[in-house]
Design a protein around this ligand. Structure first.
Ligand SMILES: [Cu+2]
Length: 189
């Protein structure tokens, strides 16, 4: 989303460098794909004129999000890299294999541990989650992606609310998920 709140004119839409770490010698530079330029590069021009119109009144406040309650299960997901693959708990993705089974209408904590040299933005399909702060309390804001920085851990809290069936979680960097950093999650009654 781009907000046209400045002076009318022509603006550049840029792809900026982001240091997400390096794979080390074995990876031969793999993993720093075309979406991470070495220098800023222009993707498009945006031209606008006149004043923006308001289509509706904005609400005074955002909706209230309650922090998720204490989880019944805690799981660990250890992220890994090897020469030609990216892994979760040592395995690359296989659509026929069920990696994680959860029970409908329960709350779980998922801890992503990233001992690698690269950042991994982890995405969970279907159910949004809340990030758990250092004090163990969930931060009351819904997310579907969280960046797990190199050599760090992130804990998220998730409720499996109403969907039953297979779904997925994966690193949101395209080359990482294509090389295996994805798991299948089955929600069962
Ligand atoms: Cu990744």
């Amino acid at each position: 989303m781009v907000r046209g709140t400045r002076e009318a004119g022509t603006y550049r839409f840029m792809n900026l460098p982001y240091d997400r770490g390096q794979m080390g010698m074995m990876g031969m530079g793999m993993g720093s794909g075309p979406n991470t330029p070495a220098a800023p590069e222009q993707l498009a021009s945006l031209v606008y004129a006149g004043q923006a119109e308001s289509f509706w009144a904005l609400p005074e406040a955002l909706g209230v999000v309650e922090p998720l309650p204490t989880p019944s299960v805690t799981r660990s997901f250890r992220l890994g890299e090897s020469m030609m693959s990216f892994t979760i708990n040592g395995r690359t993705f296989d659509a026929r294999r069920v990696d994680t089974v959860v029970k409908l209408d329960t709350v779980e904590d998922w801890e992503f541990e990233n001992p690698t040299d690269m950042d991994h933005p982890m995405h969970i399909h279907t159910n949004p989650f809340q990030v758990v702060a250092a004090d163990g309390q969930a931060i009351p804001a819904w997310k579907d992606v969280v960046v797990v920085r190199s050599r760090s851990k992130v804990r998220v809290r998730i409720r499996f609310e109403d969907f039953v069936g297979p779904t997925l979680y994966h690193c949101h960097i395209l080359d990482h998920e294509d090389l295996g950093m994805m798991g299948r999650l089955d929600v069962r009654e």
